[in-house]
Design a protein around this ligand. Sequence first.
Ligand code: PEP
Length: 244
Amino acid sequence: MQKLAAGNWKMNGTAAALDEVRALLAAHPAPACEMLLCPPATLIARLADLAAGSALRIGGQDCHAAPSGAHTGDIAAAMLADAGASHVILGHSERRADHDETDDQVAAKTRAAWATGLVAVVCVGETEAERDAGTTLAVVGRQLAGSVPDGATAANCVIAYEPVWAIGTGRTPTLPEIAEVHAHLRATLTARFGAEAGGMRLLYGGSVKPANAADIFALPDVDGALVGGASLKAADFGAIVAAL
Ligand code: PEP
């Protein structure tokens, strides 16, 4: 399967950030992997214009479960698609923490994304307390079961394993720990979706940098990365793209 390097800009970036995208496209006109950048909603249309005709895809960072309506400040999946997005990150741990998003809500948003033709990048991951308590596999299994609706396919669904304690901290699980979780995710998805699960891309996210990317990508069942901080600079994200 083609691997995926996905960048999550979070609440970072104004028009000046377009120069980084221009630099990324110039340096990686034909990458071996699929590239995805998920900027703030204000930049989706401009990044989509820049990326037109290139190997770079553009995504949102969240969408509402409803198609439209009285939801001030929210964005519908169809609006993301209309702006030029092909993907949307859903259930990121910062959304789960800052907005109390539940697995049920993430599943509803995922169905809304699919109804609009967007690929959902569904995030799961344990807290540090959960890892210390030895419940990591149970936690990610429960999140997977609750957040991914029936109907998931290799084409419409990407799973991102992001340990909460590794995001933005410079810390990562050990390579065997990452491999253990990814094997568990693949087995859990296969039990539910059969052979289709073999083609679903499983991304690792949490302090992926140029220095650790190659080792992480060499692990079985790691089909790419969801990258936060290191996706903001073309040189760093480009180095991660080149490692895939
Ligand atoms: C993220 O925001 O999804 C993420 C993985 O962040 P970072 O790479 O900065 O840890």
